[in-house]
Structures are given as structure tokens and as C-alpha cells.
Design a protein around this ligand. Structure first.
Ligand SMILES: [Zn+2]
Length: 245
């Protein structure tokens, strides 16, 4: 792997690692192509590798005893899969499935633990990532209770596009969209049809094409803005915040 490819990484967490540490661990990283539908981790499975998406989108899905499933988080270039578990329980509490095909860096969990110990910048950014995911999870609990399906769907599509490599086309089926916002497929279908009639998007061949991003933004619930503000604040946190007395 050349030095050039090390610098050109898009993944926010991997990019944070100091250049000298990146170089030290370069041979532990492998760029892999993840395919839609691929299961990277099963619920309860041991976490033996960490994935840093570049263009791929990974959905974290929780299965209930009844067999119902709901997506609880979506990971893209601004996050990573397994970074908490690799240094904690080492087991996955969810199913991790690729929602949108694309590239990701794969690193064995043991090597990741070494890199985590070696890189202060990585530890700071993983800390910020914890805060971001917790904030997002709390916001989504409120969102599910208070906001309409259509406005949640609009927000989810915009968020997923930001985390993938294409800002107009989201290659996901209605089933995945329904799972993303925790509703039945028929409910998701009727909201998609409403957004289509309004001219915000087109749904065809298992894919969503955003025709009018500004309109979709207006249709999205207020959690969209709230999370953008929270994200900005968390990312702008002073690097030395943990050292302050
Ligand atoms: Zn909301």
C-alpha cells in the first residue's frame, strides 16, 4: 500500500489517526468491497474485525424474540463497525448487514486494539463517535414517538445519502426503508408514494432517486436540523477537552 492511498482515506475515524501510526498499521488494513446483503456480524457473534466504511453503508439491525427486525443505526464513512465492541465485550449485540455496496477498510480486532492504544487522536475521535451515536439514538427515540412516518422517512433518506458515496441515488428497497424507520412495508410504501407525488423523489427498481433535495429537506422532521447542530458541536469539541482540569 502506498503512502498516497493512506492519506486519501475518506473514513473520518481512520483519517484521524496520526500519519506515523497510520504507517505503522498500514499492513494490517485491507481495502475490501462489501456487497449489499452481506452479513458482517451476527447477533451474539464474536467481533474479530473492525470495518471502516469508505463508500459502503452498514445497517445495525436488532431482532426481537418475535422475529421482527428493526434497524437501530446506519454506519458510513463517518463511523466504523466494531470499534466499541473490539475494546469491550468483544461480542456483537446486533446483526450488521451491508445496505449499500461499497468499499471499506477491514482490520483484525487485535490490531485495532493495538492501534487504539497507540493513537491518542483515534481515542479522542472514538469518544466523539460514542457521543454522536448516543445523541442520535436519544433523538430517534423521541422521533419515533412524535414525528410522522413521512417526515422520518425523508430525514432517514437524507441521512443515508450523506453517509454513502452518492448524494442523489440510494440503492435500497422498500423493505430496507421500512426497517430503517421501524414501520411495516405497506406503511413505508404509502409514504414513498406521497413523496413521489410531491416530486421529491422517484422510486424504481429497488432504488430511491432524489429529484428535489431541497423539497425533501423541507419534508424532513425537525430531528434533521437538531442532529446537524449536535454533529457540528460534537465534531468541533476541543481536542484537549479530556485533559482540562
Ligand atoms: Zn424526527
Amino acid at each position: 500500500m502506498s503512502n498516497e492511498s493512506v492519506i486519501s482515506r475518506r473514513n473520518w475515524l481512520l483519517n484521524a489517526v496520526e500519519p506515523s501510526t497510520q504507517k505503522r498499521f498500514a499492513d494490517k488494513l485491507r481495502l475490501v468491497e462489501l456487497t449489499k446483503g452481506q452479513v458482517l456480524l451476527g447477533q451474539g457473534q464474536e467481533v474479530d474485525a473492525v470495518y471502516f466504511p469508505e463508500g459502503a453503508l452498514i445497517g445495525l439491525v436488532s431482532a426481537m424474540a418475535s422475529g421482527d427486525t428493526v434497524q437501530t443505526a446506519m454506519l458510513g464513512w463517518d463511523g466504523a463497525l466494531g470499534v466499541f465492541e473490539a475494546c469491550g465485550s468483544r461480542r456483537s449485540a446486533f446483526l450488521a448487514e451491508v445496505q449499500v455496496s461499497g468499499a471499506a477498510w477491514r482490520m483484525p480486532a487485535a490490531a485495532y486494539r493495538e492501534m487504539f492504544a497507540a493513537s491518542e487522536a483515534l481515542r479522542i475521535n472514538v469518544h466523539k463517535y460514542v457521543e454522536l451515536l448516543l445523541t442520535e439514538a436519544r433523538q430517534h427515540v423521541a422521533c419515533n414517538a412524535l414525528h410522522s412516518v413521512s417526515s422520518r422517512l425523508s430525514r432517514s433518506i437524507l441521512e443515508a445519502l450523506e453517509r454513502s458515496q452518492d448524494n442523489r441515488r440510494l440503492p435500497v428497497t422498500k423493505d430496507v426503508l421500512a426497517e430503517m424507520i421501524g414501520v411495516q412495508r405497506t406503511t413505508a410504501s404509502s409514504s414513498i408514494a406521497t413523496l413521489e407525488r410531491a416530486g421529491a423523489l422517484t422510486n424504481s427498481r429497488g432504488s430511491i432517486e432524489v429529484d428535489n433535495p431541497a423539497l425533501l429537506e423541507r419534508k424532513a422532521c425537525s430531528c434533521r436540523k437538531a442532529m446537524q447542530v449536535a454533529r457540528r458541536e460534537i465534531y468541533q469539541t476541543h481536542e484537549d477537552v479530556c485533559d482540562e482540569a
